[in-house]
Design a binder for this molecule. Structure first.
Ligand SMILES: C[S@@+](CC[C@H](N)C(=O)[O-])C[C@H]1O[C@@H](n2cnc3c(N)ncnc32)[C@H](O)[C@@H]1O
Length: 281
């Protein structure tokens, strides 16, 4: 079978290949935090030189896999409570969370740019309960296409960092005004990491990706301040899932063993995290 071209992906959309490949690499470890043959199937079917990611350190794949597990768990909880609700996965790339979590009743909508949804459909055919909306998240008319009157759960994994602070505010505020009582899970890096990452990697791909990062957040109150209806519910940290694969430097910094000040420890602790928020009151 001919491999599927990803030539149309560029800029931010190309970053989906990175998250996919990192999870694939994790999935082939005997002790992988994620395990699913579909990672292998996707990577083998895509016409792209994935060796460009060979030099990327293992803690990156560990972190992305642990992030994915947390997103899965939170989404699974929502589906358990609202088995006939709606999940809207924003900037879903080639993630196949629907295939992992579908309960046979939920409606699942992936929103991504047209070149990505075309690719997604080539791998995962649409159904009446699982389909894509081809649109930039910034063209808010996609919101009109989401069925109303049912509980809605938004997923924004590896997405918001690519928008400016004003754009993030505008996206979350609009969702909050239109989807009252909805929930969202999202990940965020702190400002320190957004700046420190730039130009820091030996990998040209990573440096290009870091160069596109625009939005960081130090405190969930920054998100609550966007709009009165936005409320922080809970947060999670990828490194809680690292177990005995926690990098030594991180372990030392978090435990306070090393020569880090309290402030530095806090910056390291909050470098990357996942939040669960309620929107629209
Ligand atoms: C780093 S990838 C993450 C993909 C997926 N969520 C994952 O975790 O594997 C970023 C995704 O956001 C999408 N994206 C970026 N900007 C977007 C925009 N303005 N509108 C819709 N999707 C966007 C990209 O096309 C890509 O699929």
């Amino acid at each position: 079978m001919d491999k599927i071209s990803v030539q149309l992906l560029e800029g931010v959309s190309e970053t989906l290949l990175f998250t996919l490949y990192m999870r694939y690499r994790e999935s082939i470890r005997p002790d992988g935090k994620v395990s699913d043959k579909r990672y292998f199937d996707l990577v083998k079917s895509i016409d792209f030189d994935f060796s460009t990611f060979d030099e990327i350190p293992e803690d990156m794949q560990l972190s992305l896999a642990c992030r994915s597990v947390i997103f899965d768990n939170l989404t699974r909880n929502f589906i358990k409570i609202h088995p006939e609700g709606i999940v809207v996965s924003l900037g879903s790339g080639l993630d196949f969370r629907h295939e992992r979590l579908d309960n046979g009743k939920i409606v699942w909508i992936d929103v991504d740019v047209p070149e990505v949804t075309a690719l997604r459909i080539a791998f995962f055919p649409e159904t009446s309960r699982h389909y894509s909306i081809s649109s930039s998240i910034l063209d808010f008319s996609w919101m009109n296409k989401i069925p109303k009157g049912l509980p809605v759960f938004f997923i924004a994994e590896g997405l918001l960092v690519y928008f400016t602070p004003n754009e993030v505010k505008s996206i979350l505020s609009s969702i909050s005004r239109i989807f009252k009582g909805s929930e969202m899970i999202l990940d965020a890096y702190n400002h320190w990491y957004i700046n420190a990452a730039k130009g820091s990697s030996p990998s040209p791909f990573l440096n290009k990706m870091y160069g596109m990062w625009k939005w960081g957040m130090d405190d969930w109150h920054e998100i609550e301040a966007f709009e009165p209806g936005i409320h922080f519910l809970e947060e999670y940290y990828q490194y809680h899932g690292f177990g005995d694969r926690m990098p030594e430097g991180l372990k030392a910094a978090l435990s306070g063993e090393d020569a880090y000040s309290e402030r530095e420890q806090e910056v390291i602790r909050t470098m990357s995290r996942i939040g669960h928020i309620r929107l629209g009151g």
